[in-house]
Design a protein around this ligand. Structure first.
Ligand code: 173
Length: 317
């Protein structure tokens, strides 16, 4: 009895070191288990392995926990400690974030050329979050349709957008309707949209292939899905915990290289699912891509020309 009491006391005395382990609440803007949540889920697993006794992440879930367009506010306010989110879902907080999907280089380039600090600074200043990592490099966006089109003129089409596609699709004459990914299937089923913007990966995750007949090529822009940590929470972490998170971030970013192969696999799966490709060639392809670039950068420059120029200088090769 006595020994047990001593053992219990020893265990109690030993706990201060253990109790320093910090647990962060993590939420993703995309449905759990789907394409754009997967890198975050692997990151969480990695941190929970390498960060034992130092920092852990409690993966709470996706839009069922925090609605897609609310997640930016939630991590900014500290309701969520770490978020997996794309700039298009938090333009209310970081309007210039739209520049990130206009990048033609990689996060590794951006860490090297100083762009990472610029983007981090923007997130810290405007959103009170630490910009920890970027996934989605090497993945482009496409227009998907229920009926075919002959050329790049999109007038008469009602298209589901996020801020990623809005400027481009509008410049080509479409009527944009913004929705979260979770509403795309129903919008297609009801016929309230003629198509939608989405990356080359992930169309099959939520069964959209059942309602999709065409993908328009070439793709444009580059996906950015970022890990954001509430700034107060980040600043209060020990150096050891910051290192665990930073190393897991670099580990995740190295996996962005795998996206080229995954893109090819996904395109093949789309073909098997009966999604035909409408491929613009020559002048049409050129004007499609030029409109994407011009409309995209015009929109970012209209927000803040000086900072847009700074971002362009380090995001575009
Ligand atoms: O289409 C979208 O919802 C969107 O903007 C996006 C951004 C990054 C990855 C996937 C989708």
């Amino acid at each position: 009895m006595k020994y047990r009491a001593i053992a219990a006391l020893a265990a109690t005395l030993a706990t201060p070191a253990l109790s320093e382990e910090v647990t962060l609440r993590g939420v993703t803007a995309f449905a759990s288990g789907t394409t754009f949540s997967r890198p975050f889920e692997a990151f969480v697993e990695r941190v929970n392995e390498t960060g034992k006794g130092v920092v852990q992440i409690n993966y709470v879930g996706g839009p069922e926990a925090v609605p897609t367009f609310e997640l930016g506010n939630a991590v900014s306010a500290g309701v969520v400690d770490i978020a997996n989110n794309t700039t298009a879902f938090y333009t209310n907080l970081v309007p210039l974030g739209d520049a990130l999907h206009l990048a033609t280089n990689t996060i590794q380039d951006q860490r090297e050329n100083g762009c990472f600090e610029l983007v981090d600074q923007l997130h810290q200043e405007q959103m009170s979050v630490k910009y920890l990592a970027r996934t989605g490099d090497n993945i482009q966006f496409h227009l998907y349709l229920t009926s075919p089109i002959e050329d790049t003129d999109l007038s008469g089409l009602t298209l589901r957008v996020t801020p990623v596609y809005r400027a481009m699709f509008e410049a080509l004459g479409a009527t944009p309707v913004q929705t979260a990914p979770g509403e795309v299937y129903t919008a297609l089923e009801r016929g309230s949209i003629d198509g939608y913007g989405w990356p080359v990966q992930g169309v099959m995750d939520l069964g959209w292939d059942e309602q999709t007949n065409y993908r328009v090529d070439p793709g444009f822009y580059q996906v950015d899905v970022n890990f954001l940590v509430n700034l107060d929470r980040w600043n209060a972490l020990s150096d050891e915990a910051k290192t665990v998170l930073h190393e897991a971030a670099l580990w995740t970013e190295a996996k962005n290289a795998e996206n080229r192969d995954i893109n090819a696999e996904e395109a093949a799966r789309q073909e098997e699912a009966g999604i035909e490709v409408i491929r613009f060639e020559g002048d049409s392809a050129e004007s499609w891509l030029a409109t994407a670039q011009d409309a995209g950068w015009d929109a970012v420059e209209a927000i803040d020309a000086e900072r847009a120029a700074e971002l362009k200088a380090c995001l575009v090769d």
